[in-house]
Ligand binder design. Structure first.
Ligand code: NIG
Ligand code: FE
Length: 432
């Protein structure tokens, strides 16, 4: 206590000004995800930096973490966690969340034995979503995407990457990127945008793929970069879609335009996409169900993040999952994502993906949490989130459970109890 001499001559005690905070979560089991920024590889993917104590937030950032950390703060709102698990807000680094309609008919057809390729050859698949997007307005796309982002938030995701790719013309791709960007500005979920004009060859270029690649490189990519509608560029590198030479051309044009690059690689066929991603310094190579040893070796050397999407393999009913254990053992940082899209994986919930990663990729709950937080942040090059540490964004999830292993064990229900985005407690309600 400081003291001052009062005018009457007596020494009067004056209380030291107490620092204020907006939010404290107290008495929690905190998975801090460690002190250092990501990525995490190998055995370090199983280290959660568990701390019993409090998290304190002010002006959207974390200001204190640890035992008794909330004491000494004048806190506006305190949440008593009663020993519950608190983690960083989840980060979903791969979605195709802007589209204009669903494709449940194809899901039924696939489940009765029709293949993805057969559906696509009859005008279904990505082409159907393209027709729907071209017929929809910016407002219609935003109105149908907003509830999906709300569901993501309700299930614990506080940052999401969204790719375009169902427009496939300059006008329609710009419309999708604008929709994603404007929804991010509405908040509270943060949106990172990726240009995926190279998702498929549009019908009007079916007989001249080279002309569409030129349009992508010479017109669409420079325009997207100039308008600052995307930070990243992605390509669906796949047999019969964009193969290695086209993918390289497109990603090199993206780098010239100042965009970061990432790649859909080795989803169905082993083409060398993982090696290409490594060679170009891509932030991530995604899917990787068909990756080979050369791809693993190249990614290990480049530090490219493997973004795995086991929900897609599951939803397509396919037998071969990405070799997560080999990737982790090789020292490649692994992240997980939903791939949320109307065709190959229609779920907003990273919790569901976590359980599929546990049973099919044989990942532990700790590895899965690392993959959905600190490693996902690294996949998007966002060092300001994905961990619980002073100075980072106060994106926090209070889970209705007392043991990390229950995150993936209890499935098909939403285990989020309370969520704070940038220190503000939020429920999905406000987006309805
Ligand atoms: O990531 N691989 C390409 N794109 C999506 C599927 C798109 C669709 O079927 O609409 C994916 O799986
Ligand atoms: Fe995808």
């Amino acid at each position: 206590m400081k003291s001052r001499v009062a005018s009457c001559g007596l020494r009067v005690a004056r209380k030291k000004a107490q620092p204020t905070a907006d939010l404290a979560v107290t008495g929690a089991l905190i998975a801090t995800m460690g002190d250092a920024p990501g990525p995490r590889t190998g055995a370090a993917m199983r280290e959660l930096g568990l701390v019993k104590g409090d998290v304190v937030a002010k002006d959207g950032r974390i200001v204190a973490v640890g035992k008794g950390a909330a004491k000494g703060f004048g806190v506006k709102r305190t949440i008593e966690a009663h020993g519950r698990l608190v983690t960083p807000g989840l980060i979903d680094p791969h979605t195709h969340a802007v589209f204009a309609g669903t494709r449940e008919d194809e899901f039924e057809l696939r489940n009765s034995g029709v293949t993805y390729a057969e559906i696509a050859s009859k005008g279904g698949g990505i082409a159907k979503s393209v027709a729907q997007v071209r017929a929809a307005s910016l407002k219609q796309i935003k109105d149908r995407t907003r509830p999906a982002l709300r569901r993501m938030l309700e299930h614990g995701t506080t940052t999401v990457e969204i790719k375009s790719g169902y427009g496939l013309s300059l006008k329609d791709e710009l419309k999708l990127l604008r929709a994603a960007k404007e929804l991010g500005e509405e908040g509270p979920i943060d949106v990172v945008t990726t240009f995926l004009g190279a998702h498929e060859v549009p019908p009007e270029y079916r007989n001249d793929r080279a002309a569409y690649v030129r349009l992508l490189c010479d017109v669409m990519i420079p325009e997207v970069a100039k308008k600052r509608l995307a930070q990243w560029c992605d390509v669906f590198c796949e047999k019969g879609v964009f193969e290695i030479d086209d993918s390289r051309k497109i990603l090199e044009a993206a780098k010239r335009a100042g965009l970061g690059v990432r790649l859909h690689a080795e989803e169905f066929a082993t083409l060398g996409g993982a090696r290409l991603a490594a060679e170009l310094g891509a932030a991530s190579a995604d899917h990787l169900m068909a990756i080979d040893d050369a791809g693993i070796d190249a990614m290990r050397q480049s530090g490219t993040v493997a973004v795995l999407l086991p929900g897609t393999t599951f939803f397509l009913g396919l037998p071969r999952y990405a070799p997560a254990r080999r990737l982790i053992d090789a020292g490649i940082p692994v992240a997980l994502a939903t791939d949320y899209n109307p065709g190959s994986c229609y779920t907003e919930s990273l919790q569901v993906i976590g359980t599929i990663a546990a049973t099919q990729l044989k990942m532990t709950a700790a590895e899965i949490l690392t993959a959905c937080t600190v490693n996902a942040a690294h996949a998007l090059r966002l060092p300001d989130r994905g961990r619980i540490a002073e100075g980072l964004l106060a994106d926090l999830v209070v889970w209705d459970l007392d043991d990390v292993r229950k995150l993936t064990y209890h499935f098909g229900v939403n285990q989020v109890q309370i969520l704070a985005k940038r220190g503000r407690v939020t429920s999905g309600e406000e987006f309805r």
